[in-house]
Design a protein around this ligand. Structure first.
Ligand SMILES: *Cc1c(COP(=O)(O)O)cnc(C)c1O
Length: 457
């Protein structure tokens, strides 16, 4: 089929929509290392994990062998409200860059929560409801996950308690209000309402909080109240599984037109959108059926892949969660407060960490002013106001397209555009006013985080 026949937006019909999620772990020879109990350092059993997470989600978390999981009809029905998400051929961007590369992006910002997080939020809320629970607790950083979960919980009639990183709670009052529109309760973290919050406040008075702190608080509340479980919006294997809907839709849409990407790019915070986007393509690579270049893009201010250690670490600051073997900056690492671009989690998905460690994936880090420059260029050319997180992927996609311009290579580039930036306008304002800086942690800064890694025997 000739190139010009490819539409600006490739959609899928209802019949073409994925009916299963794909579990990339099934095709990995080296499986991600198991979660360990924080006190005994033994692998967490399903029973232990069930005190924190919903039963069905525990099964998904621990299953390294089943390649496909049927998406329950109720979840597929919910997906129909905002999926398939558009896969866009960035003709305008290609022309503006003067590149021979073909650029595609999968846009996940087309729902009210404004990001891909809803894909897993509805799945997790569904399993909680099915188990007869009253509600769920969680943390949120910039607020996208909390918003997505609030939407899913209100749809399913579940209570939703969100611990929101304090600096975001103060800087993003509108995010907080959206969550309250959907009936969630939102508490700034660290708070006085939990033991771990009081402990962190005593040790670090005036702290602006971190995702790691908020996770500890949400877990404490979930495990101390009957009828509640904790849910997490990224990092975990189950979240990558749910997010595989992104990659599966992409692959079906591209296959329809006989398009094969050469390079697949995504931003990496905890790894869920990137993992979801690349999963079906990575599966082909792992099975030796095709080859792709995968690039994870992270902020230079929170560089887990590019400067972190591959080690067992705590997932939270309060050290109540299981240990995960991942690329990490240490659970005590708190990015500089002037870092506005999201993606501030200290660790990374265990699945992606293993794949990166085994050489199946590359990673690069970018500075925040470059990210906002790329964001603005993209907004002006393609029209969408991108989230700062998503713009990390834009930046590297543009760099790769410009490299093709130099070499004359007609590569096909696919990147994940994870969300919209309507709630990030304070960051855009700082960028416009020239107040945005590019603080990059020194090796000494990072050493502080590494010193807090658990001693394993
Ligand atoms: C949460 C979020 C991310 C980063 O999370 P991952 O788990 O790494 O995908 C990226 N973009 C947007 C818009 C987000 O909301």
């Amino acid at each position: 089929m000739s190139e010009c026949k490819i539409p600006y937006k490739i959609y899928l019909s209802e019949e073409e929509m994925p009916r299963v999620w794909y579990n990339v772990r099934a095709d990995m020879r080296n499986k991600p290392a198991p979660l360990l109990h924080p006190a005994t350092h033994q692998p967490m059993t399903a029973e232990e994990l069930s005190a924190v997470f919903c039963e069905e989600l525990v099964k998904q978390e621990l299953d390294d062998t089943t390649p496909f999981f049927t998406i329950p009809t109720e979840i597929r029905d919910f997906y129909k409200m905002y999926r398939p998400s558009p896969l866009v051929r960035a003709y305008c961007l290609e022309e503006a860059l003067g590149t021979p590369a073909r650029i595609y992006y999968k846009f996940e910002g087309n729902n009210t929560s404004g990001s891909h997080k809803l894909n897993s939020a509805v799945a997790q809320a569904y399993y909680a409801k099915n188990q007869g629970l009253k509600g769920v607790t969680t943390e949120t950083g910039a607020g996208q996950w909390g918003t997505a979960l609030s939407m899913a919980c209100s749809y399913l009639g579940l209570d939703c308690k969100v611990y929101m990183v304090k600096c975001s709670y103060e800087q993003k009052p509108f995010r907080r209000e959206v969550m309250r529109v959907y009936g969630a309760s939102v508490t700034p973290s660290p708070s006085e309402s939990t033991q771990v919050g009081r402990r962190i406040l005593a040790e670090h008075p005036g702290t602006s909080g971190s995702l790691g702190c908020a996770i500890s608080e949400a877990v404490e509340v979930a495990t101390s109240q009957p009828g509640y479980r904790y849910v997490l919006g990224s990092v975990l294997n189950q979240v990558l599984l749910h997010q595989s809907i992104i990659g599966l839709e992409c692959k079906t849409a591209l296959d329809k037109y006989g398009v094969k990407p050469d390079i697949i790019i995504g931003c990496a915070g905890g790894g869920s959108n990137l993992g979801g986007l690349i999963s079906p393509f990575m599966g082909e690579k792992l099975r030796g059926e095709a080859d792709y270049r995968f690039i994870a893009v992270e902020p230079a201010s929170c560089p887990s892949f590019t400067r972190g250690r591959f080690a067992y670490d705590y997932c939270d600051t309060g050290m109540v969660c299981p240990l995960s073997k991942m690329y990490t900056l240490g659970s005590g690492f708190i990015p500089a407060p002037n870092h506005a671009g999201g993606l501030r989690y200290h660790g990374m998905s265990a699945t992606l960490s293993q794949l990166y460690h085994d050489g199946y994936m590359e990673a690069v880090s970018v500075k925040q002013t470059e990210v906002f420059e790329a964001a603005e260029q993209f907004a002006r050319i393609e029209g969408i106001l991108p989230a700062p997180e998503s713009s990390h992927a834009i930046k590297v996609a543009v760099d790769e397209a410009l490299r093709c311009k130099e070499t004359g290579e007609e590569k096909t580039i696919l990147f994940g555009l994870t969300g919209t930036g309507y709630f990030d306008l304070v960051a855009y304002e700082r960028f416009h006013d020239g107040q945005m800086t590019n603080y990059v942690p020194t090796d000494e800064d990072l050493a502080v985080g590494f010193a807090g890694l658990p001693k394993m025997d």
